[in-house]
Write a protein that binds this ligand. Structure first.
Ligand code: COA
Length: 188
C-alpha cells in the first residue's frame, strides 16, 4: 500500500511504449505554465484561472512532493522517444484501497493516445506494486475527450453522481468511472 514518503522511497518513473511518467522537475515550470493557459484545461480541470506562473511553481515544487509524501503521486508525462512535456497525470492520496486519478495533456500532444497510455500505466502501478483495488475518475458528462481517455484505458462508467463537484463555484454533475484491479484491461 502507498505509505508515507519515508517508507516509500523515491517516486519511480513508469515507462510505456510511447510515454514515460516521471517525477516533476523544477525545469518543468515553464511548460506547465504554458500548457495551463489552454482553454480546455481551464474549462475541465480545477487549475486556477487566470493561471499565473506562481501556480506552476507551486505545483512542481510543492504539490508534487507533498502529494508523494501523502501517499499519492503526481507525474510529468513525456514522449518516450524525447520531445517536450506532453502532460500531467496524477493519483491523489488513496484511502480504503482506492484513489482518484486526474490528468491534462498539452494541446500540441493530444490525439496520439498519450493520455490513455499514461492512464493505463498509472493504473497498473496503482494496483501493482501499490496494492490498490480501485482507481476512480470523476468526469464532467460533457467532457468527451476525457470520457474517451477513460474508456480507451478500460475504465467503466458506473453512473452519474449529481452535484458532486463545485466547479468554479457552481455545482456540477460528474460521471464516475472506475477500473478495478480485477477488471479486464486493454494491452498497455
Ligand atoms: C481529455 C484529454 C486529456 C485527451 O488527451 P489526448 O492525449 O488527446 O487523449 P488520447 O489521444 O489518449 O485519446 C484517448 C481516446 O479518447 C478519444 N478522444 C480524445 N479526445 C477526444 C475528444 N475531444 N472528443 C472525442 N474523443 C476524444 C480518442 O479518440 C481516443 O479514443 P480511441 O483510442 O478510441 O480513438 C485532453 O484533451 C485534455 O487535456 N483536455 C483538457 C483537460 C481535461 O479535460 N482533463 C480531464 C479532466 S477529467
Amino acid at each position: 500500500m502507498p505509505g508515507t514518503a519515508s517508507d516509500r522511497g523515491p517516486q519511480p518513473t513508469l515507462t510505456g511504449r510511447h510515454v514515460r511518467l516521471r517525477p516533476w522537475r523544477p525545469d518543468d515550470v515553464d511548460a506547465v505554465h504554458a500548457a495551463c493557459q489552454d482553454p480546455d484545461i481551464q474549462r475541465w480541470t480545477q487549475v486556477p484561472v487566470p493561471y499565473a506562473r506562481e501556480y506552476a511553481e507551486g505545483f512542481v515544487r510543492v504539490a508534487a512532493p507533498d502529494t508523494w509524501a501523502a501517499g499519492g503521486a503526481l507525474f510529468a508525462v513525456e514522449p518516450r522517444d524525447g520531445g517536450p512535456l506532453a502532460g500531467s497525470i496524477g493519483l491523489f492520496p488513496p484511502r480504503d484501497g482506492f484513489a482518484e486519478a486526474g490528468y491534462w495533456t498539452a494541446p500540441g500532444s493530444r490525439g496520439r493516445g498519450f493520455t490513455a497510455e499514461a492512464l493505463r500505466l498509472l493504473s497498473r502501478w496503482a494496483f501493482d506494486p501499490c496494492g490498490l483495488r480501485r482507481v476512480e475518475l470523476l468526469v464532467d458528462p460533457g467532457n468527451a475527450g476525457s470520457r474517451g481517455v477513460a474508456e480507451r484505458a478500460g475504465f467503466r462508467a458506473e453512473g452519474t453522481v449529481r452535484q458532486r463537484f463545485l466547479h468554479r463555484g457552481r455545482p456540477s454533475d460528474v460521471v464516475l468511472y472506475a477500473l478495478l484491479a480485477t477488471d479486464p484491461r486493454p494491452a498497455p
